[in-house]
Design a protein around this ligand. Structure first.
Ligand code: FES
Ligand code: FES
Length: 158
């Protein structure tokens, strides 16, 4: 079957790509657009490593088809820093050593940014609840939660 020709917006830029009907958005991002920041942990919507923003909504890119992307807008981890300037969440993840292997980290950062956009002053429980869709097999979560709370505090004063 002929590949599908899709036009969408990725990190603010209009892009065109070809995909098979069964290709996921994660496949497209990683294999067609070489945006490999979004990770594949489970490919079944369970781990959150592939989290991206789709038309302003947090989604698992492994659960969205590339064919669904016509005319839609996606934001990935590649757009989080401003040039050399890390986003406060990225900076705090580094300062708190909130990562080890790093596979989960892009998804956590995208989900945490989405959380802070709707709730700039979350409690610890709200952060834990907001990030419940993201799994980490390395850190034990506490450093991640502390990093998000610290970033939120910094973002509130800046
Ligand atoms: S790879 Fe998409 S949720 Fe795990
Ligand atoms: S740092 Fe390894 S899975 Fe989270």
């Amino acid at each position: 079957m002929a590949k599908l020709h899709i036009t969408s917006t990725v990190n603010g830029d209009e892009v065109e790509f070809l995909c098979e009907a069964e290709d996921t958005l994660l496949d497209v991002l990683r294999d067609e657009l070489t945006l490999t920041g979004s990770k594949e942990g489970c490919a079944s919507g369970d781990c959150g490593a592939c989290s991206v923003m789709l038309d302003g909504r947090l989604v698992c890119a492994c659960l969205v088809l590339g064919a669904e992307m016509q005319g839609r807008s996606v934001e990935t981890i590649e757009a989080m820093a401003s040039g050399e300037q890390l986003h406060p969440l990225q900076q705090k993840f580094l300062e708190h050593a909130a990562l080890q292997c790093g596979i989960c980290t892009p998804g956590f950062l995208i989900a945490a940014k989405a959380l802070l956009e709707t709730n700039p002053d979350p409690s610890e429980i709200e952060v834990r609840f907001g990030l419940a869709g993201n799994l980490c097999r390395c850190t034990g979560y506490d450093k991640i939660i502390r990093a998000v709370l610290d970033a939120a505090a910094e973002m509130r004063v800046n």
